[in-house]
Write a protein that binds this ligand. Structure first.
Ligand SMILES: Nc1c(C(=O)O)ncn1[C@@H]1O[C@H](COP(=O)(O)O)[C@@H](O)[C@H]1O
Length: 161
C-alpha cells in the first residue's frame, strides 16, 4: 500500500512524543512512514522530502520538532501537502518555544498546529486520519467508530460515579 502519511521529526529524541501519532495511524490502519528530518541539521534532505512528498502520493505530513521548531513551517513552505505541526515539549521552556515557533506562521503558508506533547501528537494522528477520511470512506468510518467508542466510555464513566 502506498504511504499516505509522512511522520517526520527533528530528532530521534522526539520519538517519545511522535510515537503517539503513529499509534493512531496504526490503529486506524493508515499507511505511513517515519523519519528524522531536520531543517537545521539536514536541510537538503528536508527540501528533498518536502519537494517529493506530493509526487510520492503522500496526503498529509505530520512534522514534530522542539525548541526552535522550524521544521513544520519550512516543510510547509516547500509543499502544498497539508502539514500538521506537533510542538515537542522542550526541557528549557516546556514546549512554549516549540509551540510559538510552529503556530505563528505568516499568512499564505499554513501549518495546522496541535497542542504541545503527547496529546498534540495523538490529535495530529487523528487530524491526519480525518483529512484522509474526507476522500476514503473506510478510514472515515473507522474514525467515526473511534469517536463512538470514546463517547460511550465517557458516558459509562459518568454513570459509575
Ligand atoms: N527543532 C528542531 C529541528 C528543526 O526544526 O528542523 N531540528 C531539530 N530540532 C529539535 O531539537 C531538539 C533537540 O534535539 P536533540 O535531542 O537531538 O539535541 C529536538 O526536539 C528537535 O526536534
Amino acid at each position: 500500500m502506498p504511504v499516505q502519511v509522512g511522520v517526520i521529526m527533528g530528532s530521534q529524541s522526539d520519538w517519545d512524543t511522535m510515537q503517539h501519532a503513529c499509534e493512531i495511524l496504526d490503529e486506524l490502519q493508515i499507511s505511513y512512514e517515519k523519519k528524522v528530518v531536520s531543517a537545521h541539521r539536514t536541510p537538503d534532505l528536508m527540501f528533498e522530502y518536502a519537494e517529493q512528498a506530493a509526487e510520492r502520493g503522500i496526503k498529509v505530513i505530520i512534522a514534530g520538532a522542539g525548541g526552535a521548531a522550524h521544521l513544520p513551517g519550512m516543510v510547509a513552505a516547500k509543499t502544498t501537502v497539508p502539514v500538521i505541526g506537533v510542538p515537542v515539549q522542550s526541557k528549557a521552556l516546556n514546549g512554549l518555544d516549540s509551540l510559538l515557533s510552529i503556530v505563528q506562521m505568516p499568512g499564505g503558508i499554513p501549518v495546522a498546529t496541535v497542542a504541545i506533547g503527547k496529546a498534540g501528537a495523538t490529535n495530529a494522528g487523528l487530524l491526519a486520519a480525518q483529512i484522509i477520511g474526507s476522500f476514503d470512506e473506510e478510514v472515515r468510518s473507522r474514525v467515526q467508530a473511534r469517536r463512538d467508542r470514546i463517547r460511550s466510555e465517557v458516558l459509562e464513566s459518568s454513570d459509575s460515579l
